[in-house]
Design a protein around this ligand. Structure first.
Ligand SMILES: CCCCC/C=C\C/C=C\C/C=C\C/C=C\CCCC(=O)SCCNC(=O)CCNC(=O)[C@H](O)C(C)(C)COP(=O)(O)OP(=O)(O)OC[C@H]1O[C@@H](n2cnc3c(N)ncnc32)[C@H](O)[C@@H]1OP(=O)(O)O
Length: 187
């Protein structure tokens, strides 16, 4: 193998859709019922929904409510960042490897009023070793609406034991089928 010169970018590793990934057009189930990003049982969470796209892409939605305000009537930037973390994080179900957010950058382009539905398109751009580089855009009220927020992220692939080593014991009923499989929780 030829040695890389100083400053020469490392070649990207191949990264592909997992054969067991949810089919394009199908909903990616919330991984944990009380997740503040996607959990259906969280009283004030974002209730983000995500649909698998073609290749390594997903499309998510987040509707801003009074629970998500920073300035009166406007979404808090941290909540918008959370929505992006959630949608970007759901790409792991297409790759079929557990990964956690290492770095997340959000660029706020327009204020997002309460009542807005953000349409968030996210994609895997490339991989380098355990690092997965991703990006996303959030558009106002329609898949082709104006871009309100853009984000990029580096997720790091972790062993499945990451969640059990650092989290708490969990019952399969709290997790999606896919998450229970990752966490190796028996029903
Ligand atoms: C929540 C799940 C509950 C249910 C459990 C069951 C199953 C669930 C399965 C999946 C979860 C499903 C969905 C989740 C969806 C949405 C949630 C959104 C995602 C999150 O909300 S998740 C929480 C926030 N997140 C964290 O809680 C991470 C805390 N942190 C760490 O746990 C470590 O910090 C770690 C593991 C990141 C790295 O530690 P490490 O020791 O394994 O890695 P190491 O140092 O060897 O680095 C290896 C290579 O990554 C590069 N690297 C390292 N850190 C980097 C960084 N920060 N930025 C850029 N690059 C970084 C190095 O530079 C090196 O690169 P190179 O190889 O090129 O040198």
């Amino acid at each position: 193998m030829t040695e890389r010169q100083h400053g020469e970018p490392r070649p990207a590793d191949a990264i592909e859709r997992h054969p067991g990934a949810p089919a394009p057009g199908s909903t990616i189930a919330s991984h944990y019922r009380m997740c503040v990003g996607c959990g259906p049982d969280h009283p004030t969470g974002l209730h983000v929904t995500v649909v698998a796209g073609e290749g390594l892409t997903v499309a998510g939605t987040f509707t801003v409510t009074d629970d998500h305000q920073g300035a009166p009537g406007l979404a808090h930037g941290g909540m918008l960042s959370l929505a992006f973390d959630e949608v970007l994080g759901s790409l792991i179900w297409l790759i079929g490897k557990p990964a956690v957010t290492g770095h997340l950058e959000t660029s706020y382009r327009r204020p997002v009023p309460v009542g807005t539905t953000l349409h968030i398109d996210a994609a895997v751009d490339r991989a380098e070793g355990r690092k997965i580089f991703m990006s996303a855009t959030g558009r106002e009220n329609a898949p082709d609406g104006p871009v309100s927020v853009a984000a990029s992220a580096v997720f790091i692939v972790v062993p499945p034991t990451h969640f059990t080593d650092h989290g708490r014991p969990v019952a399969a009923s709290e997790l999606s089928e896919a998450a229970a499989k990752v966490a190796e929780v028996n029903p």
